[in-house]
Design a protein around this ligand. Sequence first.
Ligand code: ADP
Length: 271
Amino acid sequence: MNGWKKIDAAVRATAKVKIAATDTLGADLFTDKSDAEKQVVEDAAAINVLQDRLFAERKRALLVVLQGMDTSGKDGTVRGVFNVTGPLGVIVTPFGRPSEEELAHDYLWRVHAVTPKKGFIGIFNRSHYEDVLVVKVRKFASAEAIEQRYDQINAFEKHLTENGVTILKFMLHISKEEQAKRLQERLDKPEKRWKWNASDLEDRKLWGDFQDAYETMLRRTSTQHAPWRVVPADKKWRRNAIISAIVRGTLEEMDPQYPAFDWKPSDFVIE
Ligand code: ADP
């Protein structure tokens, strides 16, 4: 078995996943920090080459979904894993509170509109899963409506995968203690203060409710076509190493090809 497959198997969510019993450190996945950092550099270079082939092929797309509590490292993952991927073929889309226009449509409307085109890697920083997470915890929609969404999301993602989009869903799993440290850093470090948002404290008070909503999400939407990975994210370097290994391995399995041509270079003379 390839190294990445072992890592992937270790972090796959099962239908019976218990989030409270799921490790946030993952110490046995990567033991050595500098080895892990070296691997991320190698993976990033490989992802860049594979992305170029995906872009040239223009037949398929990769969608990377990042979910996690505040401070779990969604932005950091984008920076850490995709920092050398050519910007032409990667599009990052953050999902914040829906606008009035978005709320006037069904909740998947704004999501489908920004799924990656053929040839692209699309990264969702938060996603349609907010509609069964914050929306559930804060009761922005009825329990009946939310209950229906799990199946609707599964059907939506099946539709995407059947139309050439490979989906990788990562839940960045941090402990409540680690979140406290990271929030405190946002107060203490001037260069991090811009990230401070007092409303994060309100969500923190609802930690248990959010964890329950995450657990239900993992159980109900971990499908064969789009399984969840629960990434231990208390250590940023390990989180990046796990995700870069899985992204690289997935792209290698997709094995995008440069297109074939019905002409030979010798058919042309450049004068
Ligand atoms: P981030 O916290 O990801 O850095 P923002 O400060 O823009 O970015 O926060 C996004 C906020 O939007 C989060 O609090 C998130 O819960 C909220 N949000 C995202 N999607 C929805 C949704 N569908 N309904 C309500 N709130 C949402």
